[in-house]
Design a protein around this ligand. Structure first.
Ligand code: ADP
Ligand code: MG
Length: 262
């Protein structure tokens, strides 16, 4: 079959791994530029940096081609505030969160301020004072402020979901005292056991925003976990490195199975 991979112009590690995985299975991969009508679209980067990608995803979706993840679910997941409200409305545990409209709010410090749409820990700040928050918010546009879950500082879980199944759980830990556990911020990872609580939370998160492939971040709270965020374009370099997984193969097998039934 022909797979259209929608991703960044400069191919990153994940895109290269995915191309290889599909080609090893005998499929043709067009990257960002379709040479024929694809049988399946794997949509990873649909943002402003790749202006054609969203249009292509919507077009092929409109003529009945499977698009994984759907552009609608990607859009929903990207907005941390709206996605968090959806999780909360569905009874999932989330940190108390508000849109940052004024520095006069009723949150106590420390609190976490983060950009509405961000990734890799960029634009995520631990603010101890109103001045910290003023500096953080001065550097960005729309932000949210959030209760700081301080039970296990610098640690969290990344749960990888593919097709309604948890395919891996990684505990991440920052190595330099940063409160952010992102591997891209210098954190490290290790395999973490999948428990029914983790599975239920991650699968509910994926279902609520409608993502077939996603990474769910969970924070260690006093009692159980809280949902930090969901990533529609989860990287897997760190996951493969620390957990011995081969996510590109799992993604290729799942998406091919969706289209070809095998
Ligand atoms: P990004 O999309 O940039 O990964 P996240 O919302 O996942 O943004 O935040 C980055 C990291 O910061 C998380 O993986 C977690 O380690 C830490 N973090 C985020 N929000 C909180 C919070 N409310 N309490 C404690 N730690 C947090
Ligand atoms: Mg994250």
């Amino acid at each position: 079959m022909i797979v259209l991979l929608l991703t960044n112009k400069t191919l990153g590690h994940e895109a290269r791994k995915l191309v290889t995985a599909f080609e090893q299975r005998g499929h043709q991969v067009d990257v960002n530029v379709p040479t024929a009508t694809p049988h399946m679209v794997l949509a990873r980067h649909l943002g402003n940096k790749n202006p054609m990608n969203l249009g292509l995803a919507l077009h092929y979706q409109s003529i009945g081609i499977p698009v994984i993840n759907t552009p609608q679910s990607v859009a929903l997941a990207k907005n941390k505030y709206e996605a968090g409200k959806l999780f909360e409305a569905n009874g999932l545990p989330v940190p108390h969160t508000k849109e940052l409209t004024t520095l006069d709010h009723n949150f106590s410090y420390p609190l976490v301020a983060k950009v509405l749409r961000g990734s890799q820990g960029k634009g995520v700040y631990l603010c101890h004072t109103r001045e910290d928050l003023a500096i953080a918010s001065g550097a960005h546009g729309s932000m949210i402020i959030q209760e700081y879950i301080d039970n296990r500082p610098g640690e969290d879980l990344r749960v990888f979901v593919i097709g309604g199944r948890v395919v891996g759980v990684m505990k991440r830990k920052s190595l330099d005292g940063d409160f952010r556990a992102n591997i891209s911020q210098g954190g490290t990872g290790e395999v973490y056991p999948l428990t029914p609580e983790i599975e239920t939370l991650a699968l509910n998160v994926a279902r609520i925003v409608g993502l077939d492939i996603c990474g769910v971040d969970l924070l260690f709270a006093k009692h159980g976990f809280k949902v930090c965020e969901v990533n529609a374009t989860p990287g897997f370099k760190g996951f493969d490195k620390y957990c011995g997984s081969t996510m590109a193969d799992l993604i290729a097998d799942y998406t091919c199975g969706r289209v070809c039934g095998g």
